[in-house]
Design a protein around this ligand. Structure first.
Ligand code: GLU
Length: 323
């Protein structure tokens, strides 16, 4: 059975962007939801920049500035993964000492061919290098550098997700350290969620299937397992994941086109959907969708969040169509 976080830890949420470019509306919505979940529970909220790869110069600063401009605040300093290499090494060494790590020399193609065989979970690593002898390993080391994989002692794990409920998925011998020496996402995410005291992980539902692997690894490292809320993604009108090429979708693009921050926040509020603010401080102002993070928080309740993806119509087309 999965462990749950000790009740003694105060609630703590996080947002952990990869600094590969500007955040788009879907990312901003997920960040706001993570912040709303945490703050509405009276919790802490922490920030982490996942800058071990896919780094675009200046992107982290731009992302943090956008999040702050929307009214998201966070506790303590932003954690940059590039400063955490000794902690990742220590985690791998702990697992190594327990016999839970092995070298893998497989190429992508070898894995694809082996994992499409008619047994085992689809896409799961078939364990080719698990049983290599020391002399076989020595011979393979001379040919190519090894990745390090977890020697998993289960083939599935169950987590609790706010939307998906009790969610079980495959756990295979996933990569901890890539063969270029980079620490893998599944490892660093777990080590840092533990280090930052994260008790609730709110992120896009494209990562739901990673949660059982990460939760299993957390138990092996003696870390608490957070609760999860994998929120529906933002999609374009073709039903594909929202991307920069889908028009004006970043804060800078929208603002350059004359869309105010309040309008952007109303758009996101409508997508969640949050109820309108009916009166503020005794004023009888006309009801409006929340247009600041603080207003969003004042009406937020997790059980109202829609379960369907947010289909983003180019907001510029939308805002000019009805003037
Ligand atoms: N850095 C990941 C991303 O930007 C998110 C990872 C996570 O939230 O666990 O997609």
């Amino acid at each position: 059975m999965p462990q749950t976080h000790p009740d003694t830890l105060p609630p703590c949420g996080r947002y952990a962007p990869s600094p590969s470019g500007d955040l788009h509306l879907g990312n901003l919505r997920t960040a706001l939801l993570a912040w709303l979940f945490a703050r509405s529970a009276g919790g802490r909220f922490v920030m982490r920049v996942e800058d071990l790869d896919r780094v675009k110069a200046g992107a982290a600063e731009g992302q943090l500035a956008d999040l702050a401009a929307l009214g998201i605040d966070w506790d303590g300093k932003t954690l940059y993964q590039s400063t955490r290499l000794p902690a990742y090494r220590a985690a791998v060494e702990k697992l190594l000492a327990e016999g839970l790590v092995y070298e893998c020399f497989c190429t992508r193609r070898e894995i694809q061919e082996a994992s499409s065989a008619p047994h085992g979970a689809p896409g799961a690593y078939p364990g080719t290098c698990r049983k290599l002898t020391e002399s076989e390993r020595a011979a393979r080391r001379a040919q190519r550098p090894a990745a390090l994989r977890l020697r998993a002692h289960t083939d599935s794990f169950t987590v609790t997700d706010y939307f998906a409920g009790s969610y079980t998925d495959a756990v295979d011998d996933f990569v901890l350290v890539r063969n270029d020496g980079t620490y893998a996402y599944n490892l660093v995410c777990v080590v840092d969620d533990g280090y930052q005291g994260v008790t609730q992980v709110v992120r896009g539902d494209d990562l739901l299937s990673s949660a059982p692997r990460q939760a299993y690894l957390a138990t092996l490292l003696g870390l608490g397992v957070p609760t999860y809320a994998h929120v529906p993604l933002a999609l374009n009108t073709q039903g594909k994941r929202l991307a920069k090429r889908d028009g004006a979708v970043t804060l800078a693009q929208l603002q350059a086109a004359g869309v105010s921050q309040a309008e952007i926040l109303r758009m996101i509020s409508g997508s969640i959907p949050l109820p309108p603010i009916t009166a503020s401080g005794g004023n009888t102002s006309t009801p409006h969708l929340p247009e600041s993070a603080a207003e969003m928080l004042s009406v937020f309740s997790p059980d109202k969040i829609g379960r369907a993806p947010w289909i983003v119509v180019d907001p510029l087309l939308e805002s000019t169509c009805c003037l």
